[in-house]
Design a protein around this ligand. Structure first.
Ligand SMILES: [Ca+2]
Ligand SMILES: [Ca+2]
Length: 285
């Protein structure tokens, strides 16, 4: 984990790109020092948790999970006859889980250092609790994402590709039909890929979406806040950072101020997490 110094920052933005997501208004937020995982939780990390606890994820209990169509084999696709009307590229795949991210015929054996996927908010909380940690609040997550920079779009600044270099795993080409993988990755990348931000954190934007502890709401007080924890109740939890599936044309959410949501039992092939803590906590290595 990395020690994140306490401080005050501007959360959200006065120039929201996606109005309905509640990216604004910009507000001053004070954050106490805390610790943040340097990387997204990897398959290797999650396997250690499962082998020591016997934990069964919600996707495994439900028997299916959502997978991006572009990652599926023809055999798996031929078996599916329902889709999400608003996002037809999401297919519910029987047997998809963290161990089998694209369904039963897929495996994580060559991706142990990639982010764990198909973990619900409830699964993420179980992992962090086991590790002596907790999920970050949305404010802690965004403060971490900004890496000490004020009012920038991305963890490294305002330019998506400084000097033509890729700083995150997102989508190049036409979504959802043509993924050129110009950044080197069609799906997820290792959790240590791409340069870290000013706090030494990797893949805060892109790669896998990351759960936070907050309930979702789109109206925020413009007042100064100290260590906000979000609304006291709700139906969905906040996720941050976007994923390898994000393209500016339809999901410009690989920005620190961007946000989205899912129900706490949802899981998908682009959604993972990292943990935070008040003290450094036990190391898992
Ligand atoms: Ca990519
Ligand atoms: Ca991420």
């Amino acid at each position: 984990m990395v020690a994140i110094p306490g401080g005050v920052f501007t959360m959200g933005t006065q120039e929201p790109e996606i109005q309905q997501d509640g990216e604004g208004p910009a507000r001053r937020v004070h954050i106490n020092s805390f610790y943040m995982d340097q990387y997204e939780v990897s398959n290797q990390d999650f396997e250690r948790f499962v082998s020591s606890t016997g934990y069964i994820t919600e996707a495994e209990k439900f028997g299916d999970s959502f997978v991006f169509e572009g990652m599926l084999s023809e055999a798996v696709k031929a078996d599916i006859h329902q889709a999400v009307a608003a996002a037809p590229w999401w297919l519910p795949v029987k047997g998809a889980s963290w161990k089998h991210p694209e369904g039963p015929d897929s495996s994580i054996s060559s991706r142990m250092d990639h982010p764990v996927l198909h973990v619900s908010w409830n699964d993420a909380v179980a992992f962090c609790t086991w590790a002596g940690k907790r999920l970050p609040t949305e404010a802690e997550w965004e403060y971490s994402c900004r890496g000490g920079l004020e009012n920038r779009l991305f963890p490294w600044g305002n330019k998506l590709q400084p000097k033509g270099q890729h700083y995150a795993n997102i989508w190049q080409g036409e979504f959802p039909t043509n993924n050129t993988a110009e950044d080197g990755y069609k799906g997820t990348a290792p959790v240590s890929a791409f340069p870290p931000n000013g706090y030494g954190l990797y893949n805060m934007v892109g790669n896998a979406w990351e759960w936070t502890s907050d309930w979702w709401a789109v109206h925020h007080s413009p007042q100064d806040l100290h260590n906000p924890k979000g609304p006291s109740s709700g139906t969905d939890r906040v996720k941050k950072g976007g994923s390898y599936m994000c393209h500016k044309s339809y999901c410009y959410r690989y920005r620190c101020a961007a946000r989205s949501q899912n129900t706490p039992d949802s899981s998908a092939s682009n959604l993972g997490f990292r943990c935070a803590a008040d003290t450094p906590g036990p190391t898992l290595d």
